[in-house]
Design a protein around this ligand. Sequence first.
Ligand code: ADP
Length: 438
Amino acid sequence: MIGFLRKVGRSIFFKLVLVFIATAIVMAMAVGGIVRHVADDRSYRGLIGKNMAQYSMFLIDEIGNPPKYEIAQKLTDEFRVAIRITSPGMNWSSTPPPPRRIPAEFTHINGFPNVKGARDRGRIFIEVDQADANYSFVFGRIGNQNGPFDGGIVLLIVLVVGVVLTLSYLTVRWLFKPLEWLTGGMQNMGRGDLDTTIPIRKYDELGELAAAFNDMSRKIRDQIKAKQQLLLDVSHELRSPLTRTKLAAEFIPDDKIKLQITADLDEMEWMTNQILESERLASERGGLILEDIDLSKLVADLVAIYEGSTPGVEMTVSESVRALLDPERVRALLRNLIDNALKYSGAQERPVKVGLHAGPDRVLITVEDYGEGIPEEDLPLIFEPFYRVDKSRHRGTGGYGLGLSLCRKIMQAHGGSIDVESRTGEGTRFLLRFPMQR
Ligand code: ADP
């Protein structure tokens, strides 16, 4: 409930509708005040008094002398005026009768010495003293009529206000639709979908904003693609000279130098291969070779390879799960994660745990270690190519920050996802979610 109220409180639509309502109330009050001011104007009030006195005299004439009560009742029925006639020995009231509440202050009306009048709650009271009878007239709401505020009217007002508010809310929503698209587009871009474009269906300021966003996202996309292309081209072009140099290195007579150079060349070759492999995975259909495999066996076989490593690797759950996957790629991915987990765990730490859980529509593999962990600020970046927490690059602590970026590419190619949870000093858990493909 509080969450909902907070959301409503932040909603720009809601605020605009509030502004509408506030404007409408202020306008209504201002107009009402002006009308009342004009009606209360003294000369205007006097004029109303005179008119009503004149009208009352006309009614008395109609009723006749002596008063004909049936004519008085007819006047009540026709003109909505309540009448009381008091004469010595006679006290007659119309149906409905004049209200019991009589205003305290009656004023004399200029030009009519025997007539006085008063106003109360939208009604006009006129008293006429004649020699043989007194007449009271009440104009306006009489009897059970609730006048302008009866139930039907109130309902109608509520309905009209409701319809107007709903329409204004819908209009504002429609006007601000591009904001929703913009938010969605930015979230998509944030998730890495650089091909996001926002529909431009309005040619106002928000339409211009959407067009500016599309322009910006296109430029960013072009720049990133150009950089990726450069990386790929360089990696591609490096392959032939690398092979040639490796071949030439075989002829170096000094074994020590030969070994050093060959190791360096192997590392360079590994790097270019990783880059080219991620490009293959990013291509259409991901370049995967899918097979229906026993995933639990694949994981168990892999874990067996690490026998004797420190602090060791164990498989926590062994349920039989079949899935349609590229076994080579999944093996490479898991090796990468397990290698990292071992690399960043101390020898005295608990062993690395590999878990496998099959759900109705997906398979979850976890790789968990109790090592040094990853600082919170690095977590969103570790899947980026060439990102390393420890910026100093040396053989002891490993590679070039390409492993996890490749892992993410492999998961994406499978239509799955990779997530990480980590606390420094406590350990790290990677969660791989594969969709169940049937
Ligand atoms: P690298 O080859 O440098 O290990 P990765 O892409 O595999 O590159 O990992 C990126 C960075 O993420 C690493 O430099 C390391 O700092 C951090 N990292 C990855 N896995 C772990 C882990 N299990 N524990 C702690 N840090 C990790």
